[in-house]
Write a protein that binds this ligand. Structure first.
Ligand SMILES: Nc1ncnc2c1ncn2[C@@H]1O[C@H](COP(=O)(O)OP(=O)(O)OP(=O)(O)O)[C@@H](O)[C@H]1O
Length: 315
């Protein structure tokens, strides 16, 4: 089975413009990320705030221009930043804030029909049918089509966000913290909806969240990111219950031990290093309880280890 998308050594740097006495500075947001996603799979990306999760999703979607590296969709190398038309049939995005991501001046019907209008394959009648179909899929009736965003609850808005992503039948939806603005009971409903849609349409999700304990439930595979770099990647439950990288162990330690005898990490200490000036060795070395001399000078590559990939000299 082919990959829906794949990245090779993806690098994203943001340049901060300097001032009269201040030189330009570079934020190293993604430092060579190589990942892939299979059809029908949910891939979770977790990590602390600022580790580059959203930047990865945005660069993949072409909302940011990659500094270097390659992006493939269905095996074809593309530049999503310059060729959005090639991205949209493959990938759509659901945003964190359902309040901000819907245009308040448009009815739900107009919001959902807009992308269809760009495709000549859809007649006016087809558009109405497709909007009804997609509203039903996200658990809303046709009557919601007449409403404006402010007339909807948070959960209903996020359902519309999902409907908008679904409408062109993409292969993959990037969900960037889609639950964090919602109440816990609504979060469960939206998670259940996403799972049902996956069973129905075979869609893939790239699920971005800082909440490891939640991501492990929804994901098949999980990626732990730190300072724009992949620290550990593997089957979600297994990775959560038996974390190997000291950083993953530290993250899971925050949630308490899950399984008796599972390796328990040392809780995180200190702050991540400045992304303007990342360390030359392992990016986690400054906070790692197991760091040795080599960790401070040489960056560990991401190496295969059973069904995982781990970037640590201690394997
Ligand atoms: N447009 C931008 N200009 C400059 N720096 C940016 C920009 N967008 C993101 N960054 C920086 O890139 C790094 C990664 O940010 P990003 O938002 O991708 O992290 P994140 O893991 O998604 O965090 P959060 O969970 O808080 O959204 C951070 O240091 C951030 O400050």
């Amino acid at each position: 089975m082919g990959y829906v998308w794949e990245t090779e050594n993806l690098v994203k740097e943001f340049t901060l413009s300097g001032g009269l006495f201040k030189p330009k500075q570079t934020v190293h947001a993604l430092q060579g990320v190589s990942l892939y996603q299979s059809e029908g799979e949910t891939l979770g990306i977790v990590g602390e705030s600022g580790c580059g999760k959203s930047t990865f999703g945005y660069t993949l979607m072409g909302l940011h221009e990659a500094t270097s590296g390659s992006i493939y969709m269905n095996g074809q190398e593309i530049d999503p930043y310059r060729n959005r038309d090639a991205v949209h049939p493959v990938m759509q995005m659901v945003f964190q804030n359902p309040y901000a991501s819907l245009n308040p001046r448009l009815t739900v019907n107009t919001i959902l029909e807009e992308p269809l209008e760009l495709d000549t394959k859809y007649t006016a009648r087809d558009r109405v049918i497709r909007v009804k179909e997609v509203l039903e899929q996200v658990g809303l009736t046709m009557a919601f089509g007449e409403r404006y965003a402010h007339e909807l609850s948070g959960g209903q808005r996020q359902r519309i966000g999902i409907a908008r992503a679904l409408i062109m039948e993409p292969q993959c939806i990037i969900c960037d913290e889609p639950l964090s603005a919602l109440d816990v009971s609504i979060q469960v409903q939206i998670m259940t909806l996403l799972e049902r849609l996956q069973a129905l349409n075979g869609i893939s999700y790239l699920f971005i969240s800082h909440d490891l304990s939640m991501v492990r439930y929804i994901s098949h595979r999980m990626v732990v990111m730190y300072m724009g770099s992949v620290m550990e990647e593997g089957p979600a439950l297994d990775l959560y219950e038996f974390p190997q990288h000291p950083y993953t162990r530290a993250l899971t330690a925050l949630n308490g031990p899950v399984i008796p005898h599972a390796p328990i990490g040392t809780p995180l200490r200190g702050e991540p290093p400045n992304p303007l000036n990342p360390p030359t060795g392992c990016l986690f070395s400054g906070r790692c309880p197991e760091a040795e001399q080599r960790c401070y000078t040489e960056r560990p590559p991401l190496r295969e280890w059973a069904d995982r990939r781990i970037a640590c000299w201690h394997l």
